[in-house]
Design a protein around this ligand. Structure first.
Ligand code: UN1
Length: 494
C-alpha cells in the first residue's frame, strides 16, 4: 500500500478535513501509485490562509538577509538530494531522468539566486526637487501569496514563485498540481528542514475545483501567482478581479522555430528535435511549429523526420530512454484528437500519429513523436497549444513571411531563429512578438536570472525569474523625508 501524505499547515502535517485522498500515479506505469494525498477543500484552504495571514506580520519583520539564510540552506539541501528528487520526479511525471535533474537544478539555481536578493532587494534613492528633502523607494511585501503550479516542472516552477515570495517577506499557501503532489511535498519538507518558521509556507493538496478555486477566491489572499492553462488562467483572473487581487499569470505557448536557408542545418535539426520532443512536448516553451524557408525545407524535413523516428520511447528511468510518456490518459487522448484534426485539416502526417503500446510502453501513456508537413498557419494544429509530442512544419518564402507566421497565434512565449546572417537575426529579435527569442538555439532552456514570461495570451504582463521575480512579489513604497522644518509644496513653491 502506497504511503499516505499530508498537508502542511501552520507548521503541522495534517490530513484533509474531508478525510479523503487522491493518488499520484506513474504515467509510465498506470498501475503504480506513488502515494495518496489529502483531497482538500475550502476548510483546509481557510486554515492554511489563516495561518499564512497570522504569521505574515512576524515574517515580514525578519530582516531579509536572515530570511535568505533559510533559502541558502534550502538550496544546499536540494543540491544534496538532487538525485533522489530527480528519480522521484521521473516516476511522478514521466520525463527522462536527465531532464528531471535539469528541473531540480533549475530549482536549486533559482533558490540560490533569489537567496542572494536577501542582501539586495534594491530600491532607489534619488534627489528631491525641494531643498532639505530626501526621496527614496523601498520594496514592501504584499501579504499572503497563493502559488498555484503545474505538473510539467514540478520543482522548478514552485521555486520560481515560493522563493521570491518568501525572501521578500510574504507568506505562502502552495497548491501544487494534483499530478505531482509528491515532489511538491518533498520541496516543502526541505524548506521546513532548512528552518522556515511555522505558517510561513503552507501546503494544501487537492484538485483545482475543490482546493485551487477556494484559494483563489479567499479574501485574505493578496496575490495569486499561477502557471497553467489559458482557460484556468482566465478563471483565476476573473475571480481575482472581484476582490482586486494582484495576479501574475504564466500560460500557454505555440512556440516556433524559424529555419532560414542559410542556417546550420545540423544545429537547427538538433534544436528542433530537442524543442519539439523534449519533455514529450509538455513544456510551455516547447517548439510546436517549425517555420522553414522553402529552399531547405525538403532536406530539413527528411532529416528531421528520420531523427524523430529513431527517438527511443520508454520509462524515463531507463538510461537509454530519450522520450517519456505524456502525463495521463486524458492528455494522451487530447494529443491523438489533434492528430486526427491535423489530417482532416489537410496537413500531411509524415510520422507518428499513434498511441505507442509496444512492450513495457503498453503500461503507460506513450505517444509517438508526430510530425506534420505542409501545415498552414491557419490550421488549428498550428494555432492551438497541444502540449504533446506533435509538431507542424510550415513552409515560407522569406523572413518577412516567417515572422508573420510566428506572430499569427494568440500566444507569444518563446521563439527561435536559426540563421548565420546577423541582419536576419536582429530583425527577428526585434519583430518576433514573444517574451523570449533565441538565436541559433532552441525555444527551451531559459535561465533563472533572466526574465521569463510571454506576451499576448501567454501571460498578463508579469515575468518570473531575474529581477522581475522580485517585482512580481513586492509593492513599491515611496518615502519622502522633509527636514527643512517648513511646509514645502512640490510643484508649487518656486
Ligand atoms: C515551462 O515549460 O513551464 O525554458 C517552463 C525552459 C525551462 C522552463 C520551462 N527552463 O524550457
Amino acid at each position: 500500500m502506497a504511503e499516505q501524505f499530508k498537508n502542511y499547515i501552520d507548521g503541522k502535517w495534517i490530513e484533509a478535513t474531508s478525510g479523503q485522498t487522491f493518488p499520484s500515479m506513474n504515467p509510465a506505469d498506470r498501475s503504480e501509485a506513488l502515494g495518496h494525498f489529502p483531497r482538500s477543500d475550502h476548510r483546509d484552504v481557510d486554515r492554511a490562509v489563516e495561518a499564512a495571514r497570522r504569521h505574515y506580520l512576524r515574517w515580514r519583520e525578519v530582516p531579509a538577509p536572515k530570511r535568505a539564510e533559510i533559502m541558502f540552506r534550502g538550496a544546499e539541501l536540494l543540491l544534496l538530494r538532487k538525485k533522489d528528487l530527480a528519480t522521484l520526479m521521473t516516476k511522478e511525471m514521466g520525463k527522462v531522468l536527465k531532464e528531471s535533474r535539469g528541473d531540480v537544478q533549475e530549482g536549486i539555481d533559482m533558490t540560490y539566486f533569489i537567496a542572494g536578493e536577501g542582501r539586495r532587494l534594491l530600491g532607489e534613492t534619488t534627489p528631491s526637487e525641494l531643498p532639505d528633502k530626501f526621496a527614496m523607494s523601498v520594496r514592501a511585501p504584499v501579504g499572503v501569496v497563493a502559488a498555484i503550479t503545474p505538473w510539467n516542472f514540478p520543482l522548478a516552477i514552485p521555486t520560481w514563485k515560493i522563493m521570491p515570495a518568501l525572501v521578500a517577506g510574504n507568506t505562502v499557501v502552495f497548491k501544487p498540481a494534483e499530478e505531482t503532489p509528491l515532489v511538491a511535498t518533498r520541496l516543502v519538507e526541505i524548506m521546513e528542514e532548512a528552518g522556515l518558521p511555522p505558517g510561513v509556507l503552507n501546503l494544501v493538496h487537492g484538485l483545482g475545483e475543490e482546493a485551487g478555486a477556494p484559494l483563489v477566491r479567499h479574501p485574505e489572499v493578496t496575490l495569486i501567482s499561477f502557471t497553467g492553462s489559458g482557460e484556468v488562467g482566465r478563471e483565476v483572473a476573473i475571480a481575482a478581479a472581484a476582490e482586486h487581487k494582484r495576479v501574475s499569470l504564466e500560460m500557454g505557448g505555440k512556440n516556433a522555430i524559424i529555419v532560414m536557408e542559410d542556417a546550420d542545418l545540423d544545429l537547427a535539426i538538433e534544436g528542433a528535435i530537442w524543442g519539439a520532443f523534449g519533455t514529450s512536448g509538455q513544456r510551455c516553451t516547447a517548439a510546436s511549429r517549425i517555420v522553414v524557408q522553402r529552399k531547405v525545407i525538403k532536406e530539413f524535413t527528411d532529416r528531421f523526420v528520420k531523427r524523430a523516428e529513431i527517438l527511443r520511447l520508454g520509462d524515463g528511468l531507463l538510461p537509454e530512454t530519450e522520450m517519456g510518456p505524456v502525463i495521463n490518459e486524458a492528455q494522451l487522448k487530447r494529443v491523438h484528437r489533434y492528430t486526427k484534426l491535423g489530417i482532416k485539416e489537410g496537413a500531411k502526417l509524415l510520422t507518428g500519429g499513434e498511441i505507442y503500446k509496444k512492450g513495457e510502453c503498453a503500461k503507460g501513456f506513450f505517444y509517438l513523436p508526430t510530425v506534420f508537413a505542409d501545415a498552414s498557419s491557419k490550421m488549428r494544429i498550428a494555432q492551438e497549444e497541444i502540449f504533446g509530442p506533435t509538431v507542424a512544419i510550415i513552409p515560407v518564402a522569406d523572413l518577412d513571411e516567417a515572422i508573420d507566421v510566428v506572430n499569427s497565434t494568440r500566444y507569444g512565449l518563446s521563439s527561435a531563429i536559426y540563421t548565420r546572417d546577423i541582419g536576419r537575426a536582429f530583425k527577428a529579435m526585434r519583430e518576433i512578438e514573444a517574451g523570449i527569442t533565441y538565436v541559433n538555439a532552441s525555444t527551451v532552456g531559459a535561465e533563472v536570472h533572466l526574465p521569463f514570461g510571454g506576451v499576448r495570451q501567454s501571460g498578463n504582463g508579469h515575468r518570473e525569474g531575474g529581477n522581475a521575480a522580485i517585482d512580481a512579489f513586492t509593492e513599491w513604497k515611496t518615502l519622502y523625508i522633509d527636514f527643512s522644518g517648513r511646509l514645502q509644496r512640490a510643484q508649487i513653491d518656486e
